[in-house]
Design a binder for this molecule. Structure first.
Ligand code: TXA
Ligand code: MG
Length: 359
């Protein structure tokens, strides 16, 4: 099997930290008290800081400063109608964001916060409209990562933070991903190493009659159903959305590598024979480690079959690695959408623009 070019080391990437074409020099901060207090100063002055969270790196700004929040949209090239998640460090802080806390929100907070669950609530008119992109709702999350929480506490304000990638590209799970996408367009990055979960938080809409899962993530649909009793899963989780999306983010191309990705559904044997029939220059495989030795083309591993947590922690890095290796077409093995696998299957299908082949 041809070998992939070895990925660039983080050291090599950090050397090009100030490569952006603006005059901004992105500061690389350490994840300690000194780094966090410098980051808090930048936030208070209306700047942007990429911070580690347990899911993916977030691009943080003072959620109560509309001019600072506007910079997030500009740096990411994010469509103005796609709202941001507001991150808090203490349970009580959500009082500044919403006037009505439904009973089930309190229950969920007790069970899953701090952690990778975002809840959508009715927004207080006091909060700035730009964070919610003009909607009458607000997305709130209390992250588990200690650095993110220390930064929110030090900045003394809730932080608006989407994933710290260029809009549409795979979310950043390593500091070098942030550098690659945003160096020269943001004031600073706190280097907190790799993100443990690897896919973004679960997004749950609590504003309707039945709680609705809009984006699967670290907290699974099964866990939510057990806690809440009732749960709807938006059809847009596993299929291309048509009509009016319940979450604006659903209508945008997401997590996508530059190469054309297609998800192949079938047995492992069928997948291998599909690859054998279609192998050609520029074609790459994205597959489980037990398939890797049998691929007729260059391949990147999704980790162990049946271990969606491992697959999640590798997926976005794998997609970036495939681009760097010059893949033009990627055929990926499908991920079973059960338990945490639903979040991974959702990201893979969205990265593929829901292009799939059923063998
Ligand atoms: O794990 C995460 O959630 C990461 C880290 C940094 O916390 N953040 C993240 O943010 O993934 P972002 O902006 O990349 O994704 C937020 C998603 C988008 O699809 C957006 O459309 C949706 O949440 N969203 C935010 N506010 C919403 C609202 N009020 N109503 C419906 N959807 C909302
Ligand atoms: Mg994102």
């Amino acid at each position: 099997m041809p070998a992939l070019p070895s990925p660039k080391t983080i050291e090599a990437d950090l050397r090009v930290c100030a490569k952006g074409d603006s005059s901004l020099q992105t500061e690389l901060l350490t994840a300690d008290s000194a780094g966090i207090s410098r980051a808090a100063e930048i936030i208070k002055a209306g700047g942007l800081v990429a911070m580690p969270t347990e899911t993916v790196y977030g691009l943080a700004a003072d959620a109560l400063n509309p001019a600072a929040v506007a910079k997030i949209f500009k740096a990411k090239g994010r469509p103005q109608d796609n709202p941001l998640i507001v991150h808090i460090s203490e349970f009580a802080e959500w009082e500044s964001l919403t006037d009505s806390l439904p009973q089930n929100a309190l229950l969920l907070a007790k069970c899953f916060w701090p952690g990778s669950l975002t809840v959508i609530l009715k927004k207080s008119p006091r909060g700035p409209g730009i964070v919610s992109a003009g909607l009458d709702t607000v997305a709130v999350r209390l992250p588990a990562h200690p650095v993110a929480r220390r930064l929110i506490a030090a900045a003394k304000t809730p932080l608006a933070a989407p994933s710290a990638n260029l809009s549409g590209s795979p979310s950043p799970t390593k500091p070098e991903h942030v550098i690659n996408d945003l160096s020269g367009s943001i004031e600073a990055l706190i280097d907190g190493g790799d993100c443990a979960v690897g896919v973004e938080s679960t997004v749950l809409d609590l504003t309707g009659e039945v709680p609705t899962l809009l984006r699967p993530g670290g907290v699974t649909a099964e866990e939510l159903r057990e806690t809440l009793g009732r749960l709807e899963i938006s059809p847009a989780v596993l299929d291309r959305f048509s009509g009016f999306p319940p979450s604006p983010g659903m209508k945008y191309r997401h997590y996508a590598p530059k190469a054309a990705l297609t998800v192949i559904h079938g047995s492992r044997e069928q997948y291998i024979s599909f690859l054998c029939q279609n192998a050609a220059p520029g074609i790459f495989a994205l597959c489980y480690s037990d398939t890797l030795p049998f691929t007729p083309c260059p391949a990147v591993s999704l980790g162990d079959r049946g271990d969606p947590r491992q697959t999640a922690s590798r997926l976005f890095t794998a997609l970036r690695e495939l681009d760097r290796a010059g893949a033009q077409t990627i055929y990926s093995e499908a991920v079973e959408p059960i338990g945490f696998g639903l979040a991974v299957a959702n990201r893979l299908l969205r990265a593929a623009g829901f292009r799939r082949i059923i063998l």
